[in-house]
Design a protein around this ligand. Structure first.
Ligand code: NAD
Length: 505
């Protein structure tokens, strides 16, 4: 079905039972005719069916994106015109804000509070890059007399953008906005668990005036569709957000065609509470740092280090507040924690908690599956605090990706920096202290792409977001991200009056 205005209006209220993929500006079904069910994990119910792309469909999406890039008008638009369309995307999203939030909640099980923040940020991403691209330009470089050289910034081409389930629309926005601002064409491969809002965002892009083929969405298996895109010769870049093992696999395969790569991977971020911290702020911020989005955040502050001199007081308050957190109807504004994304993920989380217990750790609170009223068939886990851990435990070293924090005591600054850095990951980190010198000193020694100082929040449009070590590379959400979707071409010319004859023949 073509994305006519009528079709878009007709689906305005989004309560569809089936979602097609989007290729070349049209809603299309899989060439195999296959579909898959996408669920509401808070209730364990089927929410809708979705067209299941296969390699043939992925190929069509690549050809559409390639054609739009090579022969289309989007990248030739004056940047002001591209910016206007992107602002229109933001306007349409804002006018449909409530529906978008609701769909994000239904498909991911997250709380309405978390979804509200994330949809809002998704809108701001388009506005941010609409502004950023207008001022983004190459340079005139210093040259010897007679020579003129400038850097011409050109869009990279076709970008495969593979995203996870934990922030379905926000990850789509983080990927699409800088790429299309730069003039690229994209193919979004959403996570199979949460494909709906990425599909809707693609439709909104068309409604706002993005030409056909510039944004395409192919829901389907990562191992089939994702893998096909990663290996395709006509794809110039892969921007991937997901787990570290998948990121490694993608990096290896993308190397065969030397694709440009951005990898936003897993984390096991430290949260350090010094003895001079503002106690109330540290408790509240640490609580948000781990339990926001039900702990299903790549930058979740899941390893907490608390100074021994305040440990008892801090932990008493932290556990008391953890037990006050509400898990329940995700649409209820009073809910703090939504559901876990799937039964498999629930089992993974519980497996880590049980392994910690077997390794000798103690569960201070939580540590079990829960069944909120009216959501008994969904996938829920109590916010969990684990103490008496040692650095070698699996639950301390590996990403759990759920509402589980492990807590350790420390004695001094030097020691805690060493312990905080004792991980293969390097995405987020947080420091709670009222000593400005210490804050800067520690921030500069932590091996992580993001350091939050007395802040529960990790990012706003404009702040670089990305990892050190095995948390990946490349920064998103910032002006420099545009360069990750562009090539710098050096244009060098000679303007001297006398012809040059360097071989002197
Ligand atoms: P995942 O790696 O299992 O899947 C991510 C995406 O990759 C999905 O769309 C999946 O279908 C696709 N995929 C899977 N195998 C593939 C393959 N072989 N080739 C190509 N694509 C493939 O991750 P997930 O479970 O969906 O998401 C959770 C992970 O994402 C966590 O590790 C989390 O830390 C990470 N994450 C990181 C950031 C960040 O900015 N660093 C943000 C959000 C989530």
């Amino acid at each position: 079905m073509e994305l006519t205005k009528e079709a878009i209006t007709e689906v305005g209220e989004m309560k569809r039972q089936h979602y097609a993929m989007i290729i070349n500006g049209e809603r299309v079904e899989s060439s195999s005719g296959n579909t898959f069910d996408t669920l509401n994990p808070a209730k364990g119910e089927t929410l809708a069916t979705v067209a299941k792309a296969n390699e043939e469909d992925a190929e069509k999406a690549v050809q559409a994106a390639r054609n739009a890039f090579d022969n289309g008008k989007w990248r030739k638009y004056p940047v002001g015109k591209r910016a206007r369309v992107m602002n229109k995307i933001a306007d349409i999203m804002r006018s449909r804000f409530k529906e978008l939030v609701e769909m994000e909640v239904l498909n991911s099980g997250k709380s309405v509070g978390a979804a509200t923040v994330q949809i809002n940020q998704s809108i701001e991403d388009f506005e941010f890059y609409a502004g950023a691209i207008v001022g983004h330009r190459g340079e005139v470089n210093n040259m010897p007399h007679g020579f003129f050289n400038y850097t011409h910034k050109e869009p990279l081409g076709v970008c495969a953008q593979i995203i996870p389930w934990n922030y379905p629309m926000m990850m789509a926005a983080w990927k699409i906005a800088p790429a299309i601002a730069a003039g690229c064409s994209v193919i979004i491969k959403p996570a199979s668990l949460t494909p709906i809002t990425a599909i809707i965002l693609n439709e909104i892009c068309h409604e706002a005036g993005v030409p056909e083929g510039v944004v395409n969405t192919v829901p389907g298996s990562g191992a089939v569709v994702g893998d096909y895109l990663v290996q395709h010769e006509d794809v110039n870049k892969v921007a991937f957000t997901g787990s570290t093992p998948t990121g490694k696999d993608i990096m290896e395969k993308a190397s065969q065609t030397l694709k440009r790569l951005t990898l936003e991977l897993g984390g096991k971020s430290p949260n350090i509470v010094f003895e001079d911290a503002d106690m109330e702020a540290a408790v509240a911020g640490s609580l948000f740092g781990i339990f926001f989005n039900t702990g299903q955040s790549c930058e979740a502050r899941s390893r907490m280090f608390v100074h021994e001199s305040i440990y008892d007081e801090f932990m008493e308050k932290f556990i008391e507040k953890t037990e006050k957190l509400v898990s329940g109807d995700p649409m209820d504004k009073g809910t703090h924690l939504g559901s876990i994304i799937s039964k498999d993920q629930l089992e993974i989380i519980d497996g880590y908690v049980q392994s910690a217990v077997q390794d000798g750790a103690k569960i201070a609170t939580g540590g079990k599956q829960i069944y909120p009223e009216g959501h008994e068939e969904g996938h829920w886990y109590a916010p969990t605090v684990i103490t008496d851990v040692t650095p070698d435990m699996k639950a301390v070293q590996e990403e759990i990706f759920g509402p589980v924090v492990v807590v350790e005591k420390f004695t001094d600054e030097k020691e805690v920096i060493k312990r905080a850095n004792d991980t293969k990951y390097g995405l987020g980190s947080a420091i709670w202290t009222t000593n400005q010198g210490r804050a800067t000193r520690v921030a500069h020694q932590i091996q992580a792409g993001i350091v939050m100082v007395n802040s529960p929040f990790s990012a706003f449009p404009g702040t670089p977001f990305g990892g050190y070590k095995q948390s990946g590379f490349g920064r998103e959400l910032t002006v420099e991200t545009l360069d990750l979707y562009m090539e710098d071409k050096s244009v060098l010319s000679y303007y001297g009056a006398k012809p040059l004859n360097p071989f002197n023949v």
